[in-house]
Ligand binder design. Sequence first.
Ligand code: NAI
Length: 215
Amino acid sequence: MPSRSQVPRPALARMLLYLRQFERLSRDGVETVASAELGDAIGCPAAQVRKDLSRFGQLGQRGLGYGVRSLIRTLRSLLALDREWRAALVGAGNIGRALSTYRTFRERGFQIVALFDSDPRKEGCTWARLKVLPMGQLKRTVADLGIELGIIAVPAEAAQGVADQLVAAGVRGILNFAPTRVVAPPNVPVRSVDLAADFEHLAFLVANRAQPPRR
Ligand code: NAI
């Protein structure tokens, strides 16, 4: 099996899609799947699927396809998804509430185990069985609960400060929902989620589509 550092970024995104698809097939009782079928499901050519999955040696067999259950195990291990990840969420507002009550994170191994907010009026409020804690307790809580990931759900102008506090508290990675770039040391990867940018992207694609002929 390749090491995690040998998986190129674009392949990583596809691996996550393959895993989703394998899990869906497994739930439906499917035991093997062909590269063409897998490619159709995730929108990429069969040859690319074969190339990506050939990293795992002879797991696909000509005429038989890929064994769904064994590839789920292999992919989960390669993608470090065969374990629980604990996260702290900072910003107990609209987005924070939606994220902390979203059950699928937990089902996929991501547990939000602490909520923080700088607004003293929010301190002590309980969401998803978690009390909102003051920022002063961030460092100790990260250490006590073995938290490795931080989620930023504060206004853009507060995001960098919160990122710095998360890094100082010892988190190993940050998921940023604020619409601004946040920087962290090279050993702390940051992923940003920006639905507004996705809307803008979509609007551009729609606006630039050739109009269908009018009848
Ligand atoms: P909100 O105003 O409802 O909640 C923000 C919370 O952050 C408040 O409870 C506030 O007290 C807290 N806060 C502010 N400064 C803080 C600090 N320095 N330390 C700790 N807590 C602090 O805002 P909402 O609607 O939940 O949005 C949160 C962020 O998410 C915003 O940056 C917004 O632009 C962004 N957003 C991102 C989306 C995305 O697609 N990624 C979609 C919608 C919003």
